[in-house]
Design a protein around this ligand. Structure first.
Ligand code: LLP
Length: 421
């Protein structure tokens, strides 16, 4: 995370001291670095060394300013609802580079996607396939589709974000793949273009991808024997990012890294793209987290410190409604002070104001010693952060700002009481 760094003991986003943003916009506040997003996107587009299409997964962060930025860089879009199609088109993504995924597409969403000319559908069941064909017939058009196949491969990520195993709801079971492709070929308003897999998110090892790539190539060969030839392969997203020790400074505690070394996007793509080469298919990828996660932080203020005989609590003004990941997945986000004022550390729970025991940002965590009024940054919060906020406990959603060098732009106003109820 090059663009969040300490300069003279003050945490900056690009050239802006974050304490200034806290003063001006209040907390909780999401802050994003424009240049980090651009750098991440450019890295993902060039890391593979060959040509492939990068469709940004809007679900990771769908702020319109960020979408416009990525659309202007030529990104495609991976969307999972009519709402996301709407946002993608509004931001300027080319319709033919929009990929419509999702296990439960409604009929009106299918119709909307077809009427807007999205590139193709990633289809997750034969019933969905039949409905898409019916809607396309009614609209007197053809739907381009890929079938999402569930390869039954363990991505070795958190169970809630592993999607490629038999017991997961996603995709068509591998054993039924040939049959599903044969059905797809027989439908009048369907044009079969490819195969889709997405085995999970925050994947840190390359082996599950290699296994998936080999599975895809074998399936394509099998389909060719049946005279079904595909022109593209969509391997989904899922590249993991570094959450632990994302930022280092001699005053900060160093966390034991339980994740090991996280494979770089370059190594991920470098290991799988050559496997696909003999197929001659065009390659599509759908990264979300790897483009925005380390470009964002959530700023929060320490409201109170509370000591009971069992624990020390740091009570902050950002809760699970502002960042759900720790509560939902016990996800780790590094938490650091905006100003380095001490080299002393202590073990604490960082908890929010929401009336739930599960409302925490960190548990049993060594942090720099804090006091009331200190401001903190919860790092690597650019992906699956703001998009999962809610008004639970009638808490207005935070504002979002985008930093570019010394410039700061509000890209979403803080909600007010008018947004509640
Ligand atoms: N393509 C498909 C079909 C997906 O389901 C996803 C993410 C992506 C692409 C993008 O994956 P990424 O590159 O961001 O890993 N809320 C969870 C993550 C849920 C991921 C859902 N699908 C979290 O906060 O960790």
């Amino acid at each position: 995370m090059k663009y969040f760094s300490y300069k003279e003991n003050e945490l900056h986003c690009e050239d802006v001291p974050l304490s200034e943003l806290v003063e001006e916009f209040g907390t909780p506040l999401y802050v994003y670095s424009k240049n980090q997003i651009l750098e991440n996107f450019r890295e993902v587009t060039t890391a593979g060394g060959t040509s492939y299409t990068v469709c940004y997964a809007l679900k990771a962060n769908s702020n319109s300013a960020i979408l416009k930025l990525l659309a202007s860089e030529g990104a495609g879009a991976d969307v999972v609802s009519a709402g996301e199609i709407h946002l993608a088109l509004k931001a300027g993504f080319a319709p033919e580079k929009i990929v419509f995924a999702g296990v439960g597409k409604r009929e009106d969403e299918i119709e909307y996607a077809l009427s807007k000319g999205v590139g193709y559908f990633n289809v997750e069941s034969t019933q969905e396939l039949q409905l898409i064909s019916l809607v396309a017939l009614r609209l007197n058009t053809k739907a381009r589709i890929s079938l999402r196949i569930n390869p039954d491969i363990d991505a070795e990520s958190h169970p809630y974000i592993s999607t490629g195993m038999k017991h997961n709801k996603f995709g068509i079971e591998a054993d039924h793949a040939v049959e599903a492709f044969t059905t797809a070929m027989s439908l009048p308003a369907i044009e079969v273009v490819g195969i889709h897999t997405h085995i999970g998110s925050q994947i840190t090892k390359v082996e599950p991808y290699i296994e998936t790539a080999k599975f895809i190539v074998a399936l394509i060969d099998k389909l060719r024997e049946q005279k079904i030839s595909l022109s593209h392969i969509d391997i989904g997203g899922g590249f993991g990012v570094q959450y632990i020790n994302a930022l280092t400074h001699e005053a900060l505690p160093v966390e034991q890294n339980t994740n090991g070394v996280i494979v770089s996007v370059k190594d991920f793509l470098g290991s799988i793209l050559p496997i696909f080469e003999p197929t001659g298919c065009s390659i599509w990828i759908e990264p979300g987290r790897s483009i925005v996660a380390n470009a964002g932080a959530l700023l929060t203020n320490v409201l109170y410190l509370k000591d009971n005989s069992a624990r020390k609590f740091v009570i902050v003004d950002a809760g699970m409604n502002d960042l759900l990941r720790p509560s939902l997945y016990s996800a780790y986000h590094q938490i650091v002070p905006l100003k380095i004022e001490t080299y002393e550390h202590e073990k604490v729970d960082v908890v929010g104001p929401v009336c739930e025991t599960g409302d925490f940002l960190a548990r049993d965590r060594m942090l720099s010693k804090l006091k009331r009024g200190d401001a903190l940054a919860v790092l690597t919060a650019g992906a699956y952060g703001f998009v999962t906020t809610s008004n639970y406990n009638a808490r207005p959603r935070p504002a979002e700002v985008l930093v570019n060098g010394e410039k700061v732009r509000v890209i979403r106003e803080r909600e007010t009481f008018d947004n509640l109820g």
